[in-house]
Ligand binder design. Sequence first.
Ligand code: F6P
Length: 323
Amino acid sequence: MESKVKKIGVLTSGGDAPGMNAAIRAVVRAARSKGIEVVGVHRGYAGLIKGDIVDMDVRDVSNILQSGGTSLLSARSKEFCTEEGMQMAIDNCHKFGIEGLVVIGGDGSYRGAGDLSSRGIHCIGLPGTIDNDISSTDYTIGFDTCVNCVVDMVDRIRDTMRSHERCSVVEVMGRNAGYIALHAGIATGAAFVMVPEVDSSVEDVIAKIEEGRALGKYNFIVIVAEGVGHAEELSKKIQDATGVVTRATILGHVQRGGSPTARDRVLASRFGAYAVDLLAAGKSNRVVGVRNDKLVDYDIQEALAMKKEFPMELYNMSDIISI
Ligand code: F6P
């Protein structure tokens, strides 16, 4: 069937995430297979406003599958939220012949894609963020790589905590969500995981450490999501209350870099090719996600209104087996 669009653009927006390159590659190559021309937009919506746009062919995306970050560069654009900025972006779409746009990013990027769609540019959003905080998908591009990175770092911290019989409080990213903390906590056997979605206090953490000590445990990992507390402050309180020497580590941006895992590469490739299918079929104002390993797509406004349930059964299980 002939494609409904002849030329599309692809951009990455917001915080970068490992696997974005795999999605870009899939978009370019899937589009080419349908005879659709592709341009890459640099620096997200900021590049769309400036006209920082380049042709992309199949060889332009060689050797990026395995690299972290985004080869198209990313940015958070305040200007795009203004009427003038939006108009300049639309003018550039017309100037460059961009009929459809694949936007890889988080919720904020989806909003921009919704606005562009309502003004006639066919937009498809793909979930790209390490935080996994997008309600319209079970998993986002970059989450798996991030969790694996945290697990690797915490395993190293555990080695030295064990040698010195200490406690370590590790602060991880996630903005206002606790998915990274929860998954990394389970995978590293953290004694306590503090997340924004579950009410817990420093007293709860101290009680868990005391309970563990009574059962012969002598080294502890506490994982705290950045949206709920600060590692330094928590460490001091734990050490003062328990007498266990406690150190704080803030993992920071190391969590957002690195070569994407196979899982992220596969997910991102599937998302990218699916986005092109939707554009070729004339669809617009949709976001792509994965539910029970099946690709799905939703209206952008419907997706933005969805609530993601925090997996309490996982959280409770983690608490039970981490004694
Ligand atoms: O959304 C991804 C994320 O890495 C969050 O986990 C974190 O809170 C934020 O971005 C950090 O943003 P920046 O790189 O702008 O400091």
